[in-house]
Design a protein around this ligand. Sequence first.
Ligand code: FAD
Length: 416
Amino acid sequence: MATRHHQILIVGGGAAGITVAARLRKVEHDLPLDIAIIDPAESHYYQPAFTLVGGGAYTLEETRRNEADLIPEDVTWIKDAVSTFSPDTNAVTLADGTTITYKCLVVCPGLQVNWSAVKGLKEYIGRYGVCSNYSPNTVEYTFELLKSLKPGAKALFTQPPMPIKCPGAPQKAAYLAADYLSKSGIRSHCEVRFLTAAPAIFGVPFYAKELMKVVARHDIILNTSHNLVEIDARKRKAIFAITAGDQQGQTVTLDYDMLHVTPPQSAPDFIKNSPLANATGFVDVHANSLQHVKYKNVFSLGDAAGTANSKTAAAVRKQAPVVVRNVLHLLKGGAIEETYDGYAACPLTTGYGKVLMAEFIYGGKPTPTLPLDPRKDGHINWWVKTSFLPRLYWDYMLKGREKFPAHNTGYVDPGA
Ligand SMILES: Cc1cc2nc3c(=O)[nH]c(=O)nc-3n(C[C@H](O)[C@H](O)[C@H](O)COP(=O)(O)OP(=O)(O)OC[C@H]3O[C@@H](n4cnc5c(N)ncnc54)[C@H](O)[C@@H]3O)c2cc1C
């Protein structure tokens, strides 16, 4: 089979891959770079807006662009999937059998969504009341179902064990649904329940405290340590395993009219089965430099990186400049920097017109960017989520243009 070579090879042309390629082209340096992106996808989605599509506040088409239109100038697009890595010989193999060698590799193929991991989910997603904001193919059905609910309806929202893309997204769907039913005048006649496999509403205690108030305000029934294991969609029943407490090991079956499922997710199989993986299957990189711990000419960022940050596009925005500088350091012989602090952001839509902007770094320390109280779910943050951030993504981040605003690492929790 054929062999090709590119100096910088980027696996995955999603949020991370396009941002890195565009920045490598934009930032000033004196290296003639030969960059290629490998990605089989025709369409590129702004996934952070899927929650809004599921709530009827954004259209799916607004989230989509042709991948071809996003590949930066002078970057080669290889429209295929990577199937194996051979980092000892600086090579990857594509699905069509082609081998591509590289001087420097950037690995960012995102997370794998495991629809088959819940019995009945793959068969019934998109019908019989089973919806999900986690795919462009199923997200519009979320709003269709929401509009169809009548007094007496039961709406369930699930969250699987970590890792998932944007850990706040499952509960955002529940808040928008509760608010939608309130605005329709039938909230008090419907049941809204959020069932999460986690022991708490959110992994960062500072924000979890505020989110418990949102749960109470919307009168949502919260079941922690409840993991969806099976759907009997024709009977509209969902079965949950209880993973902690007195009833640990038992199952509970709930009726529903609307079941919003956040599917289990993992590192992609082709990463898991490669020499690049750590024990959890993600790319084994240093937490602050994003350089592979063993293969020094390999970097990873975005959802596939084995770092402890929350898996968000916001994290990619702060990781990409570090990876770009380190790729250039590697090629020029400079010292690798360790400056990524674990920043991630999760704009939690707590209702229509309201967003709680959860920003934090490694260790769960709150790090707001705007000089506003990060515990408040305000209207300005709704504008940031629905107007500013999509613009930032398409026109600045993916164009490699942004001078990223600094987040406040010195913020002190006034309630502590
Ligand atoms: C419902 C939902 C809500 C979200 N909300 C937010 C939010 O509010 N804020 C936020 O910041 N983030 C949010 N996110 C998360 C955000 O979208 C991701 O963290 C981000 O897209 C990660 O970027 P990435 O480049 O690592 O992966 P992706 O953007 O998913 O891109 C991965 C790319 O790799 C390609 N690929 C896969 N396999 C291969 C292969 N074998 N070979 C080559 N290419 C491959 C894919 O085709 C894809 O183009 C949300 C996500 C979802 C689904």
